[in-house]
Design a protein. Structure first.
Length: 231
């Protein structure tokens, strides 16, 4: 049974990052070369990922972790996200694409926390988490190479692939280990919703160094991810 759970968790990580990797790197090319958005407009659309990343932890902490099973929330988010991804391929104006991508990112980015939570709650030793998380990186690499080889980065195809992957992921989530919500411990405070309780971890020097390094690493990562690729 433990082996079956481990395999499912690995597949979960793989699929979750395949969905993200489908469109994340090539979205700039599609917006500028195909839809002829300006650099400012393309940057604004890409910025929806940052906005959603700031908002999604509130959603996960306030709703997902307190009222619903994590695997069910994960399934629903991917199914709804698939609809938004498909609609992106039908939109051509800046306003429509921006709104749809923002809506999609609000669905997708909570899945990063949810997949981590599901994994940590279903493995006996949290130190094994990297062994599962690495399958997410493999999924990102595999889909990136596939899209590059197919030469479809200027077409809506990456979004359609991501939508199809989201549907597959939504169904697969129903076979993940049942991960019920945490037991309620009184009324939730604004401090808890905003995650301010976690600031106490900054007292740990190792964690502070890790946080600063992670932030700095994300600066060049964004530029590298969206630079022209010689596929």
């Amino acid at each position: 049974m433990a082996g079956s759970i481990s395999i499912r968790l690995c597949i979960m990580m793989f699929l979750n990052f395949v969905v993200w990797g489908c469109w994340y790197v090539t979205i700039g090319t599609y917006l500028t070369a195909t839809l002829h958005f300006s650099g400012t407009q393309a940057g604004a659309v890409f910025g929806t990922t940052a906005l959603a990343s700031m908002i999604s932890p509130i959603f996960v902490g306030l709703i997902a972790d307190r009222y619903f099973s994590s695997e069910r929330v994960l399934s629903a988010l991917h199914l709804i996200g698939a609809v938004f991804l498909y609609l992106v391929t039908r939109a051509s104006s800046f306003g429509a694409v921006y709104a749809l991508m923002f809506a999609y990112c609000l669905c997708y980015f909570p899945t990063l926390a949810l997949t981590t939570s599901i994994t940590l709650k279903n493995v006996a030793d949290a130190r094994r988490f990297p062994l599962f998380r690495v399958f997410g990186t493999l999924g990102w690499i595999v889909i990136g190479i596939a899209i590059g080889k197919l030469g479809i980065e200027k077409s809506p195809a990456p979004f359609l692939l991501a939508a199809a992957g989201s549907v597959v992921m939504s169904v697969f989530c129903l076979f993940l280990p049942h991960t019920p919500p945490a037991k309620k411990q009184g009324a939730i405070s604004v401090r808890q919703i905003l995650g301010l309780d976690a600031l106490v971890m900054l007292k740990d020097r190792s964690y502070s160094v890790f946080l600063i390094a992670s932030i700095l690493a994300c600066v060049p990562l964004t530029f590298i991810s969206h630079s022209p690729t010689p596929f």
